[in-house]
Ligand binder design. Structure first.
Ligand code: GCV
Length: 611
């Protein structure tokens, strides 16, 4: 891995090895741009903040230790992208800009599509320090400052990260530190049991003592650790429910153990019944987070952050904003996004996320959350993110973590300029427009009208209309010969009532509910006429046909661009678009055939649908 395949393509290939502080890194980065007459002035109390001023030909950057680093990257990027520098003090929207790696100690990455873990192999820490520095540099350059290195599913021997592997974790932490990045660890709620206690009950004094002692050991080894991430009572992970305790009991017990060290507990709200009987139409999975956590609003300690996925299901192509994010008033909330493309093309299909995030922040005021997290899309692949264009999601995440109001056009435009500086304006725009529309294209051929979960179970790539239908995961479409979708209105499961007005009223009524969310909220007959005059079934057919055609158009654009890309990117991009096209064709034909067979309704344009 080197800078040539990423948005640091115009930076010096590597930095000197022994840089002690973020200011040292800033100075080393600036040294590669002698044309930039920037003087750095450290003002410790500014922390992450920075201010840029110009007088005559001289420039001054004032900031805290990390602020100087962020300001330096901003200055270099502005120079390379020929953009003006902002005036006034620049501060991040969120103090913790977290990246969650789902890396296992075996070296496998859960839902990872960019190769094996950058940190682990064979049950131990195993990494190339030069690559780690490169990763740290990438993350710092887009303002990410917290890295959770292990999977929230703490399986196999991962508990050892808090035990005998602690000194190795400390060494890794030292590599990230000069880049202003602090580590977190995912922890297993049942750790006390592993150490011979008969219980992990959070109200048991022995359990509390266990965690107090453990926290002391952990922070002794890594004094600037941010804290623990916890997935409890979720998808078979242990948690407080086993002991009849609430999640506030569990989170607060851990929070009190880490408090003396300034630690934080990031408690994930991904809790639902993953053993639901498909015959049960009363239980509705999207209601679970709100139902579990709203009654606890206000009962979490100050150093607990409740981390809630952006939507109420699980990182589908399109979901409404999670109502728990909109409603909890007295709890520190973080929103969790997913960069790794589990349901969004697995870094084979192109799916650029900033337009999706803009929609989320349209309904969710950025001030409702105090932190932001994203599941990482990184690994050992040469371009680090699997598909060269998937880097725009990592870079873009950093941009919105600093300023959630950053426009998708701006993010993608800058990323294209930084990564592929030699593209002429016409080809630059070709790439930018391709990325900007990629999410909508993917949505059309996989999940139009929010018809989600028609995906191959477990793998989550490729179509399988009934793949999840009779499973325990609570992810049903309940398609029959007349209609499809789950009624989540007040007359149905009542999910819509979890929203505050005016969203509740907007979604309740199929005439005001945005088309793209129709089948999330409503069960609809195939012959229902939608806002554009077409029937529901015709929209399903049309979107699948159009989605495929749009992938064909993307392929043509890529063939124009490919000769201009660095050879390694060219090869990746060209081979993956062929796979994407085959995937889109499969989705089009499988889903259209499925509905054609069920409904018996013909496509008004008589296109080929199989019998
Ligand atoms: C880490 C989904 C994924 C799991 C993931 C889980 C989670 O269910 O498929 O791989 O587990 O989300 O977010 O905890």
């Amino acid at each position: 891995m080197n800078a040539n395949h990423l948005w640091l393509s115009q930076f010096a290939d590597c930095l000197p090895e022994h840089l002690a502080t973020p200011m040292d890194v800033a100075l080393a980065e600036l040294a590669a741009f002698p044309d930039l007459p920037v003087a750095l002035r450290l003002q410790e109390d500014l922390g992450d903040q920075w201010r840029w001023e110009q007088s005559g030909t001289m420039e001054q950057l004032t900031g805290g230790m990390t602020g100087l680093l962020y300001g330096t990257y901003a200055r270099i990027f502005a120079h390379l992208a020929r953009q003006p520098m902002p005036s006034g003090v620049q501060s991040p929207a969120y103090p913790l800009r977290m990246l969650n790696c789902w890396d296992n100690l075996s070296g496998n990455v859960e839902r990872g599509y960019a190769g094996r873990s950058l940190f682990f192999e064979n049950g131990a820490l195993a990494y190339d320090p030069a690559r780690i520095r490169m990763l740290a540099r990438l993350l710092a350059s887009c303002s990410v400052n917290v890295l959770c290195i292990n999977n929230v599913n703490v399986i196999q021997e991962a508990q050892r990260l808090m035990e005998d592997l602690l000194p190795d974790v400390a060494e890794l932490a030292a590599l990230f530190r000069p880049f202003g990045i602090r580590l977190m660890l995912s922890c297993d709620f049942a750790l006390p049991v592993r150490h011979g206690l008969s219980t992990a009950d959070p109200l048991d004094p022995q359990v509390q003592k266990f965690w107090n002692d453990r926290a002391e050991k952990v922070w002794h080894a890594v004094p600037d650790l941010v804290g623990f991430v916890v997935k409890a009572d979720s998808e078979h992970r242990p948690g407080p429910f086993t002991y009849g305790r609430t999640h506030a009991d569990g989170a607060n017990m851990l929070a009190r153990a880490v408090k003396p060290f300034g630690g934080t507990i990031v408690w994930r709200a991904f809790v639902y019944n993953c053993q639901q009987d498909w015959r049960d139409t009363m239980t509705d999975r999207p209601k679970a987070a709100y139902d579990t956590y709203m009654p606890l609003d206000g009962s979490f300690d100050d150093n607990v952050i409740l981390q809630i996925k952006n939507g109420p299901f699980d990182f589908q192509v399109r979901e409404p904003v999670s109502p728990a994010l909109l409603s909890m008033q007295h709890t520190h909330l973080a929103m969790e996004l997913q960069l790794t493309q589990e349901y969004t093309g697995q870094q084979i299909d192109i799916f650029s996320m900033p337009p999706m995030w803009e929609e989320i922040f349209h309904d969710l005021s950025p001030a409702r959350i105090c932190s932001i997290a994203a599941v990482a899309n990184i690994g050992r692949d040469s371009c680090i993110v699997g598909h060269p264009f998937a880097a725009v999601n990592l870079y873009g995440y950093g941009c919105i973590a600093w300023n959630p109001c950053t426009k998708p056009e701006e993010i993608i435009d800058t990323w294209c300029t930084l990564t592929y500086p030699s593209l002429c304006p016409e080809k630059h725009d070709l790439l930018k427009n391709l990325l900007l529309r990629s999410r909508r294209v993917y949505e059309k051929y996989t999940a139009p009208l929010s018809l989600c979960w028609m995906v191959v179970p477990s793998i989550h790539y490729g179509p399988s209309p009934e793949g999840y239908e009779f499973t325990p995961w609570g992810t049903f479409n309940r398609a029959d010969r007349n209609a499809v979708g789950v009624d989540r209105t007040s007359k149905g499961t009542g999910y819509v009532l979890q929203y505050p007005a005016p969203l509740r009223d907007l979604y309740e009524n199929p005439r005001t509910c945005p088309d793209v969310l129709l089948l999330f909220f409503h069960r609809m007959r195939y012959d229902t006429i939608l806002s554009d005059g077409r029937t529901l079934i015709q929209r399903i057919y049309d979107d699948h046909f159009e989605g495929y055609e749009e992938v064909e158009a993307m392929e043509q654009d890529l063939y124009q661009l490919a000769p201009l890309l660095p050879p390694e990117d060219r090869e990746q991009v060209c081979s993956r678009i062929i796979l994407q096209k085959a995937n889109a064709r499969e989705w089009r034909d499988v889903v259209n055939t499925f509905f054609h067979r069920l409904s018996g309704i013909e496509d008004v344009h008589n296109r080929k649908i199989y019998d």
